[in-house]
Design a binder for this molecule. Structure first.
Ligand SMILES: [Fe+2]
Length: 360
């Protein structure tokens, strides 16, 4: 089971603190405590620059051993995984996490960050992708154990043992994005990358005062000044593309497939593996689509690259397919359109699907 994670300002938050160096207000760590943590870190690692995994291990193990710095801050919540940021600088961020039975993170990496975590109380179990390739390794980490890893590390951390667990996590540079993975028979397949404001499975559920909210506000402030006045937003671009297409719902698309239309699946392999495929669909990667379907292209697929070809572009949910179909119209394929709702709507309609076919 994957438990949701709340921000410290959410229902499971502990005490509220005052703003301090490096952390947003309302995050529950007093300035005095932040100062004490910063002093401990200052004795362990350099104050600036990217920290190596061994340095991050010194941070997490050092703080995990100092219960007085964090033990009174922990909130135990059996329903929602709880965390609290303890420290943030340009070089690293440090987090306090609590774990209850059944809680885990799902498979993920840490963007471009190296990391470490130390078990301070209880026990955690880490599954991780072995550096050699597809093999999955597993290690049980009782209290006082600490592990460290580079940016390529992909893992799934879970509560282990009987009682509650507590851990200290550190990342360098500070954690900004995580990619989630699906465990498939082909190995771990990247599923999605999300911006995060918390560690180990926090999925961008940021509220007012969180790092994510601050980053979003900053981006919103930048946009009007930094973009050309006539540049359409992606929503406007999508609406414009859709205004020129007679999009097909799955049932209508299924009906015309027997009439000479061709369904073109532009989803990447990892998405087809995770979601499944549609029998009879032609797979053409989005990155080569126009070159395969332009009748003037040397790389064209002759039976499909015709001005009157009834191409129905399909992606997962029917967004990227719209833009692709509009581009095909621009290069002269006047019958091109896309599948409204994509593979997800097709599957929901009960139309035929099958597991992805093995590569090669
Ligand atoms: Fe992680």
């Amino acid at each position: 089971m994957t438990a949701a994670t709340i921000t410290p300002s959410g229902a499971g938050a502990g005490q509220r603190g005052q703003p301090g160096p490096g952390l947003q207000p309302g995050w529950g760590v007093s300035p005095e405590r932040q100062q004490a943590i910063a002093e401990v870190l200052g004795a362990l690692v350099p104050p600036a620059g990217r920290l190596a995994p061994t340095q991050l291990r010194a941070v997490t193990a050092g703080l995990a051993a100092r219960h007085g710095l964090w033990a009174d801050l922990v909130v135990r919540d059996p329903d929602v995984r709880w965390y609290l940021p303890l420290h943030r600088s340009n070089s690293c961020d440090v987090w306090l996490l609590a774990w209850e039975c059944g809680q885990d993170t799902d498979w993920h990496d840490h963007g471009g960050s190296a990391g470490s975590f130390a078990v301070a109380e209880g026990c955690l179990v880490e599954q991780y992708r072995a550096p050699s390739g597809r093999r999955i390794a597993r290690r049980r980490l009782p209290a006082s154990e600490a592990v460290a890893f580079g940016p390529a590390h992909v893992h799934n951390v879970a509560h282990g043992g009987d009682g509650s667990a507590t851990s200290i996590h550190a990342y360098s540079p500070p954690l900004m994005a995580m990619t989630y993975y699906s465990a498939t028979e082909y190995g771990l397949i990247a599923r999605e990358t999300v911006a995060v404001d918390g560690p180990e499975g926090a999925r961008g559920r940021g509220g007012v005062g969180t790092a994510l909210a601050a980053a979003s506000a900053s981006a919103a402030r930048l946009s009007p000044d930094s973009l050309p006045a006539d540049a359409p937003s992606i929503d406007e671009l999508l609406a414009e593309a859709r205004s020129g297409l007679a999009r097909l719902r799955p049932e209508a698309a299924f009906a015309v497939l027997t009439d000479g239309a061709v369904l073109v699946d532009i989803r990447p392999l990892e998405q087809r593996i995770a979601e499944g495929e549609i029998p009879g669909a032609v797979i053409i990667g989005r990155n080569v689509l126009e070159w395969r379907l332009d009748p003037r292209s040397e790389a064209r697929i002759p039976p499909l690259a015709r001005a009157d070809a009834q191409i129905i572009v399909m992606c997962s949910e029917g967004y990227a397919s719209t833009l692709a179909a509009a581009t095909l119209r621009r290069i002269g394929l006047r019958e091109a359109t896309d599948l409204d709702g994509g593979f997800q709507a097709w599957k929901a309609a009960g139309l035929p699907t099958r597991p992805a076919q093995p590569p090669g």
